[in-house]
Design a protein. Structure first.
Length: 170
């Protein structure tokens, strides 16, 4: 079976209580072969102090980190309800940000990390979905992210806390 018959479908969501505040991310990953889901994985993490946009970005970064080397070269579809994330990629904003070395851009640390992953997994498509619109997998990610933010906010968002939140506020 060729890699063209296989793809990875990823749904991501981020959440922040009080923005900034406790945050969480939720991920649903599907391994699809010939249109049929062969494997499904859910994942969540909670952060003690962060922002919603940082959680949206970190969810995508973490999802790509969870892929193994067999996924390199496979098509990857990332579904997000964050226009912040999808527009930055799909409308090419990120290329302008790179040219100006992210000056004046919020969350430059995470955008740089995302670019590293996108260079590794070159065949990545970002698809925006409307949040809270009865999309089952998006709703699952939302539930996972909120649960992590409320019940297990233990991870330190070093890029946010180490700068006193400045990376999220630029």
């Amino acid at each position: 079976m060729s890699k063209e018959d296989k793809k990875i479908v990823i749904y991501t969501d981020g959440s922040s209580i009080n923005n900034p505040g406790q945050g969480g991310l939720g991920i649903v990953m599907l391994y699809v072969v010939d249109g049929e889901v062969k494997k499904k994985k859910e994942y969540k993490e909670g952060y003690r102090l962060t922002t919603n946009n940082r959680m949206e970005l970190l969810a995508v970064i973490k999802a790509l980190d969870l892929l193994n080397e067999n996924a390199v070269g496979m098509p990857v579809e990332i579904y997000t309800d964050s226009q912040y994330v999808s527009n930055a990629i799909n409308k090419g904003w990120i290329h302008g940000w790179v040219k100006k070395n992210f000056k004046g851009v919020k969350n430059p640390d995470l955008w740089k990390e995302l670019l590293k992953r996108l260079n590794k997994f070159k065949n990545v498509e970002f698809i925006w979905v409307r949040g809270h619109n009865n999309n089952v997998l998006n709703e699952t990610c939302d539930r996972l992210a909120k649960d992590a933010a409320i019940n297990s906010p233990t991870i330190i968002d070093k890029g946010y806390e180490a700068t006193g939140g400045i990376n999220g506020l630029l």
